[in-house]
Design a protein around this ligand. Structure first.
Ligand code: SF4
Length: 212
């Protein structure tokens, strides 16, 4: 288990996407991603160089503080957070928030699904990539499937991913999310969701608001 983790940034904001959109949340963005999406908006997180390694206890303290300021859950994002083993971090955050604030902080994770799960997250969002498909077991465990749409091929891929995710009994929430300011993606997702009501549209509201 990792006791030091490379961190790009930690911040308290609102969840901008998906089912929990608009809720107060504390974010830890971990460095490292080998998935290599061309449209990635956090390329600075790909390498662990130039990002400080934080102790697990410091990260837990930040989470405790954010919880006292109103954050309802923690979001582990990246980069690809599951490139790291998150067991120790999640255990420490649960213990610290319960001991200091008498309330366990739920832990959400946003992952491409290419690595095994760790940390026993309370909410798992899988955003699968066509060029690096996710593990089946992670898809089966996801509460939320969020597919970024740039082309018709992405819509076909979204259906394939949904078929696998829906083999579990989790009643996975399904979102199509147009690439940021990608007009073709917006149109495709909008038209598709109108005709396929099992899907919902996810917009990156934090970007529209100009917040983190
Ligand atoms: S998986 Fe996420 S962080 Fe990694 S390259 Fe793709 S969009 Fe960027």
């Amino acid at each position: 288990m990792e006791r030091l983790l490379p961190v790009v940034e930690c911040f308290h904001s609102l969840q901008g996407e998906g089912k929990h959109v608009g809720k107060s949340a504390f974010f830890i963005r971990l460095a490292s991603c080998k998935v290599g999406c061309p449209w990635c908006d956090t390329k600075e997180s790909w390498s662990t160089d130039n990002h400080p390694k934080e102790t697990i206890s410091n990260l837990a303290e930040y989470a405790v503080k954010a919880q006292t300021l109103g954050a309802k859950f923690l979001v582990l994002t990246g980069g690809e957070p599951l490139h790291h083993n998150l067991n120790y971090l999640c255990t420490e955050i649960r213990q610290a928030t319960f001991q200091k604030n008498n309330e366990l902080m739920p832990i959400h994770i946003e992952t491409s699904g290419v690595d095994p799960l760790s940390g026993n997250p309370d909410w798992i969002t899988v955003s699968p990539k066509r060029h690096a498909p996710p593990r089946i077991d992670v898809l089966h465990a996801c509460h939320e499937l969020k597919v970024v749409i740039h082309s018709k091929d992405d819509l076909e891929f979204a259906e394939k991913m949904a078929h696998i995710a829906n083999q579990s009994s989790l009643n996975t929430q399904m979102y199509l999310q147009p690439g940021w300011q990608h007009v073709k993606g917006q149109k495709l997702a909008y038209e598709y969701v109108k005709r396929h009501s099992q899907w919902r549209l996810s917009m990156q509201t934090h970007k529209w608001l100009g917040i983190l």
